[in-house]
Write a protein that binds this ligand. Structure first.
Ligand code: SF4
Length: 233
């Protein structure tokens, strides 16, 4: 999803959630924006609060999901006991409400029915989809060898798929998130200064008048506590 689509989806979802909340609260429910910005007092007794965590990035901030008595998500906020977020999610995590209600969110496996390049798919059950993949893997493994199948992995689900690949007989597993992202920088810093920058990169935002970030984009790749000011953590 690109940034433009994310903003569009978040906006549409916010609108949808606001419309939904009008029905739920008899026209008096505060808007999603007011909820997220803390402009309204939340009567927690009316909402079911369940723990969750955000997996939009690997920082994995812990959070709370609030649902109303219709089972609709009212808001998602950070868990105050999590040192990764200190009670505050970044804008991507807060936008989780929009992602959840995104009309294009994938909810079932899809199998392509058209040619490549055409976005034509049919819905499939998990059994059907897994059988489909298993047959393809079986065919490729026997004809070309299992090592010809490569896994480009990222995120927590990658560990399960890496195990699957090993069982299949392929060690063609790569993590481009390291090799094409911070890996070269870490190696370069290690060789030059004796230590890498780690992640998130240490930034003294409070005492900085001009901050130049090389190889890092806070707007799209921020890790929450990286931008918390000292004293607020
Ligand atoms: S830093 Fe943002 S995107 Fe990453 S886990 Fe935390 S809330 Fe989610």
């Amino acid at each position: 999803m690109n940034r433009r689509n994310f903003i569009r989806i978040s906006t549409l979802s916010a609108g949808g959630a606001m419309l939904g909340s009008i029905g739920f609260g008899g026209g008096k429910e505060p808007s999603l924006i007011d909820r997220l910005t803390g402009n309204v007092h939340l009567d927690e007794s009316r909402y079911l609060r369940t723990p969750t965590y955000c997996e939009i990035c690997f920082w994995k901030c812990a959070g709370w999901v609030y649902k109303n008595d219709q089972g609709e998500i009212w808001k998602i906020i950070g868990n105050e006991k999590d040192p990764h977020c200190n009670g505050r999610l970044c804008p991507r995590g807060t936008g989780g409400v929009g992602m959840y209600y995104d009309q294009d969110r994938l909810k079932t496996p899809l199998i392509r029915t058209g040619s490549r390049g055409k976005q034509e798919f049919k819905r499939a059950s998990w059994d059907e989809a897994l059988d489909f993949v298993a047959k393809k893997l079986d065919f490729i493994g026997k004809k070309y060898g299992p090592e010809t199948v490569a896994l480009i992995t990222h995120g927590s689900g990658g560990k399960l798929l890496t195990t699957l690949m090993k069982a299949y007989g392929s060690d063609s597993v790569a993590g481009p998130s390291y090799a094409q992202c911070k890996g070269p920088r870490e190696v370069g810093f290690g060789l030059t200064f004796g230590t890498g920058l780690e992640s998130p990169e240490p930034t003294d935002i409070r005492d900085t008048r001009c901050l130049v970030l090389i190889g890092s984009h806070l707007g799209e790749n921020m890790h929450n506590s990286q931008v918390h000011l000292p004293g607020q953590m």
